[in-house]
Design a binder for this molecule. Structure first.
Ligand SMILES: Cc1ncc(C[n+]2csc(CCOP(=O)(O)OP(=O)(O)O)c2C)c(N)n1
Ligand code: SF4
Length: 317
């Protein structure tokens, strides 16, 4: 047997395949140099490699935005859809293909503005998937408009005298949604923590919401720079059931033990704005998942078609 035939056979026998990080590389990223999205892509590809997720069993779903170009850059299935609509698309995929590993990538405009209604319900449905909010606090693809997470006073093209309103806090907001089961925050400039958080989210059974603080050097060059330069501005929430990165404990002074089952404390910590907190705020795997509680009678395909036609006939005029 030739070498090519051997490798084809190995490929067909799925269990024999092993994947290197290059196997998850898609198109060459078109993000700007210095964009935080590069680091997030690297962390995601590292996770896929570590978990040996088969590309054909993995799907990245996004909306529209710089961040939403993500699926093009991962060699797996991808759906680059409509602005704000990543979550309903991902919900449909997960309900009909529960065997797939579903990752959702959204910008802050995508998730917290036009897609906010979907965000709320996706958290409540608690389907087993990972939702990444790449939060650069501006609408970047459309060249610098105020988003819900823009800090008060930060000028943009739409509010050149500075954003008028206090910024929406995605962590506090998610912690307030009924049936939330995993809520975490990380930052793309701390790659070890970013990776550990995405990994914890992947291993969570339920809807894992991760807000990633993301630098956009083009439209928000100063945002997060203080925290990048001054480690004292950051506090890690550490716990065995959350995220713990021992090598960071030597570099960052502020390490706060926090039991992610304590929702009241999670809300208190999220609301306090003395430091930027990174870690798992809340995690509860006992929360109900929609795929477990919904009841769908088992029916054959012809039977389903017959029922559908019967239903449509009701509207015949
Ligand atoms: C329904 C709809 N409304 C508006 C737009 C225009 N639009 C495209 S991307 C975008 C905002 C992108 O910002 P964000 O979601 O924060 O992602 P980023 O580019 O910052 O990664 C907007 C308003 C659109 N494509 N579709
Ligand atoms: S405009 Fe900002 S968010 Fe978009 S690719 Fe460039 S650096 Fe990244």
């Amino acid at each position: 047997m030739t070498g090519a035939a051997c490798s084809l056979l190995a490929w067909l026998n799925e269990d024999e395949r092993t994947f290197e990080i290059g196997d998850y590389e898609g198109a060459l990223p078109r993000w700007c140099a210095g964009c935080g999205d590069h680091s997030i892509l690297a962390a995601a590809q590292r996770l896929l490699t570590a978990e040996q997720l088969r590309p054909e069993q993995t799907v990245f779903v996004s909306g529209i935005g710089c961040s939403s170009r993500f699926p093009h850059y991962v060699h797996a299935y991808g759906f680059h859809g409509l602005h704000g609509r990543a979550l309903p698309v991902a919900t449909g995929i997960k309900l009909h293909r529960p065997d797939l590993h579903v990752f959702v990538v959204m910008g802050d405009g995508d998730c917290c503005s036009i897609g906010a209604g979907h965000w709320l319900h996706a958290v409540r449905y608690n389907l087993d998937m990972v939702a990444l909010l790449l939060d650069n606090s501006v609408y970047a693809l459309t060249k610098n408009q105020t988003s819900p997470t823009t800090p008060r006073g930060m000028p943009t093209n739409t509010q050149p005298y500075g954003s008028y309103l206090p910024a929406l806090d995605p962590i506090s907001a998610t912690l307030g949604i009924t049936n939330a089961s995993f809520v975490a925050q990380t930052a793309e400039w701390v790659p070890a923590h970013l990776y550990a958080t995405i990994r914890a989210a992947y291993h969570h059974r339920g809807f894992a919401f991760v807000r990633i603080l993301q630098r956009c050097p083009v439209y928000a060059p100063e945002l997060f720079q203080d925290a990048v330069r001054d480690r004292d501005l950051i506090e890690f929430l550490v716990h065995e059931d959350g995220v713990r990165v021992p090598e960071l404990e030597r570099l960052y002074t502020h390490q706060r033990p926090h039991d992610p089952r304590d929702l009241n404390e999670a809300r208190r910590l999220a609301a306090a704005n003395d430091r930027i907190r990174l870690g798992v705020f809340f995690r509860d795997e006992s929360r109900e998942r929609y795929e477990e509680v919904r009841r769908v009678p088992a029916r054959s395909a012809p039977e389903r078609i017959r029922l559908l036609e019967q239903e449509l006939d009701r509207y015949a005029v």
